[in-house]
Design a binder for this molecule. Sequence first.
Ligand SMILES: [Zn+2]
Length: 338
Amino acid sequence: MIREGKYGLKISGDGEIYSSVIQTGTEGSSTYIKLTPEGTLESYYDGKQNLGMWSGQNWGNIIFFYDGTQVGQLYTINDYDPVLGGTTKKLVIWGKSDGSIRLQGPGIELDSDYINLSGSSGAQINVRGKIVDNLVPYTHNTGYVGYSDQRWNSGYFNILRATNLSQGDTCFEETACPLCEKAFAPGDTIVLLVRHIDEDFLGSMCIPIHAGCQGIHKVLTREIQETEELYRFKEDGTVETYREPKFEEVEEQIYQIKEGYKLDKYTGQFKKKEVMARAEVPGIQEAVEFSPKKVVTKEEAMELVTVRRKKPVMKKITVELNAPAKAEPVDTADAPVR
Ligand SMILES: [Zn+2]
């Protein structure tokens, strides 16, 4: 039975149709989806194919077109696996045009224990965001950060622990001698004063002083990061204790620049980025400029947000240098070295 007021063909129960063209729309229409006797499913917009799939092989694929030109395929394959090794069955997203493949969404998750970003050493990976967690090599004592002829320009670390450090000119953060409190000047000769012995982690922690200031009596207070004892599993099956700088998780309110805004580092001005809106008309996807870049106030560009972050746990140490013979030492754990 066809519903009242409708014309057509209704097949129900065990009914079957073979070797027929089934097509949506009216006969002669240029926008339709068609099932063919050859076992293909084809979708057309305005006479040009935009989607296709077929049954003529033991692997599945769906082909995507843009304005009649093939742009990519989603298909399965059984071949060499550069990530896991051997021959495996895989799902492939194949971009066949000159454009890149975009994964777009409020969040993107790669859920895998083995991720191979590229097999070629000449490939480029552009990370504009921030690394949230640690950056750790696959195994101990392997890998490089840069090469002798391909150096990072600058590095900023709170603590840099290296077994061997080959350095050029030596620089210190201190700009004045803590004993005479006079600024260091070109031509000064300095010596290093051990201000703290960190037996667990950093060893002898030194600060520069004038070579002639060693005898001055002074009490110095400095902040250093606390360490804590942790456990780790080793490749030989044992568990060992080790010490690491201590951090605590804190919830903080910080200002950040809102999405869509930026600080122009050359002018110091806050700017609203130009907004490109994509037309959401079926069959048409083209970028159109919505609003141009403009200078805005700092108040408009920033927002206060609550973030959880790891913060170093600091402790104060006090060192008394060249104490008078009868005076009580402030902290006997920190011995001056002359
Ligand atoms: Zn001095």
